[in-house]
Structures are given as C-alpha cells and as structure tokens.
Design a protein around this ligand. Sequence first.
Ligand code: GLY
Length: 407
Amino acid sequence: MNKWILISLLLMSWMPTQKIDLVQDNAKFADKQMRFMLQQLDGSKDSFPHSIYPEGKLKLVDIYGWTSGFFPGSLWLTYELNKKDTFLLREAKEWTKKLEPIKDLTSNHDIGFMMYCSYGNAYRITKNEAYKNILIQAANSLCTRFNPKVGCIKSWDNAYTIGKKVYYQYPVIMDNMMNLELLCFASKVTHNPKYKEIAISHADKTLENNIRSDYSSFHVVNYDSLTGKPLFKVTHQGYANNSTWARGEAWGIYGFTMMYRETKQQRYLDAACNMANYFLNNKNLPKDKIPYWDFNISLLGYTPPIHYDTSKVSLFKRDASSAAVVCSALFELYGFTKQEHYYKDAVAILQSLSSPKYRNNEGKNGFLLNHSVGNFPGGYDIDVPLCYADYYFLEALNRYQQLNKKG
Ligand code: GLY
C-alpha cells in the first residue's frame, strides 16, 4: 500500500478516537467532580458554588448571587454528557427548583444568566411545561428593566465607576448580551414578539455603542436615561477605560452568535465573526489561546483608573472563563459560517482547557477548571476556579459532541 494512503488511514482512525476521548474523558471527570461538589454542599440549603477563597475553602452564593444558575446548569450539562445518569437528573432538578423565586427578580439584569442556564437547560432537556412558565415569568421580570428611550435593558441599579468615583445613571454592559437568549426564548414559546423586539433593540444599541470600529469592546456604556444618548464609556472589570476586557469580548462573541441564531440578521453574524477574529487573531492572545483577563494590560496608551502595585501583584493572569465562553460560541459560529478555522480554534481551546495546566485535579474542591479571573480591579476572584468557566466548558463539550454526531 502507498505510504501516504497508509498514513491517511492511520490519521483517519486516530482522529475520531481523539474526539471521543476528549469528550468522554472530560465527561467522566465532570461526573466525579459534580458528585464531589454535591457531597461538600450536603446540608447547605441555598448555597451555590461560585469559586474558592485563597485558603481553599468553597466560596458560595445564595440564590440572589448572579452566578447561582451555573451550578444547576452544570448538573444538567453533565447529565447530558454522561448519557443521562438518573442521580445527576435528580440533583439537577433539585438544584434548579431552589431558584424558582428568582423568576420575580427585577433588581438587576442577571436574571437571564441565573434562569436560562438552570431552567433553560431543564426545559430543553425535559420539555416539562412548568419550567417553561417559570422562564416566561423571568422574561417578564427582565423586560421591566427596558427603557424604550435608551433602547436597552439597564444592567445595574445604584452603581458607581471603579473606585466609587462617578455614579452610573443607566449602565449597559457587554455581559447583558447574554440575557437576551431568555427573551428570544419567551417570544418563541408565547408567540408574543415583544420579548424578542426588546432583545433586538438591546443588541442593536450594544453594537452601536459598546463595540469599537476594530470590533474590540467597551465594557460599560453609561446612558442618559432621559435623552437616550451615551454619556460616557468606561471599564468596570477590565484594565483601562479604552482597553478590551477579555470576558466582555467573549460575552459579545457568544451573544451576537446567539442573536444570529434567533433572528438570522446578517449584522449579528458579522459582529460575532469580527469580534471572534479580534479575539483569536490578537497579538496578545497567548499560543494556548487562553487570554489574559484583558487584551491591553500594561500597554502604552492604556491607563488603569486605579493604582496597581505591580511589585506586589502580577497583572498577567489568565482567564480560562473567557476562553470557555468563546470556545462554546465558536462551535456554534462554525455551524453558521462553515469556516473551518473557528472549529479548529474551538478544539484548540478545548484541548488547552483539558490539559493539566488548566484542568483541576480530580477530588480537589469540585470545580473543573483553574485559572480564571472574576474581577481584577475589584480585587477578588483572581486566578481561581469559577462556576461559569465550568458551565461554558461543559456546554462547549456538549456542542463538540453534537457536531461530531452530525458527522
Ligand atoms: N458580570 C459577569 C461577569 O463578571 O462576567
């Protein structure tokens, strides 16, 4: 047999095994870590894993913490990855149920994260109508934060810029793109277009005001709620007001890909591709494709609004959570564009996250991934596991598996 045919045959037989191994190995690992986490949580009635404290103790949030939906969501995704294990199903249902009161939350925009990652997966997997009705109520609560004059959902109430310098009148942050999926869902199941109209208006304003011409992004745009005009653009969790916070960019890539799925509007696909290209082709993205928490750390022309004592703190920390969000989004973006490089980059990120450098040790604290940054300027959740990194890692694995099932 010709040498090249033999090599090709060997490669062909090796590649699918690689795919299966990456998914199966992580599925088994996630199953063990979820069970370990559940053991640790036994007795903590309404406390959801968020991260760990520097001394290694679990950091928990109650149902009102913005990250409360990720652990129930991770249970659903691990259940799905592990060929539907009944123990995980029972736990997923129980942890989801705890969040029911959140359906009436109107005090911030995070209800989309909290409810769609938990109840959204619950409904997608079980088709139980009770989950659907709770999600519709959650969408109604989110809509109360929409101001037609601004054209956006308000992210936070009573908040100030970094260092408590200036009050935000009507802040709209990149992260808010993620909450629009709940609204698109509500329109689909109620046949009432109002939810999706709000989502479209919000996405268009984000495109107009949070995204720069090179498709990098401002974290926060503060609007005048009376005129609807942007007052100023700053960062809250990034390095500098004119820098690009890695997770903000990640939320944008994911959010615009999702908005394209829901509306088929070309402008959203273009935005998603251009933001993905900014992220993936960035000269400050390390070779393993796991970004630092900001793309412009310590660069000339980028001045942080607060002082960092760099003799005490290294600014160069990776953020696995941004990588996990982008990885999941890229699998979907590949499905829409059929551009191979998005698929290859998603697999490369998945491989990096699955390597010992980022993947946690089995039996350690119950989280899946290390090395994420929650809020560097805020001085917390720096270089730690984070429940949302785990959630999007699991979602990426599920999407990778689905894509390979379809051939
Ligand atoms: N507010 C969501 C985040 O920290 O990314």
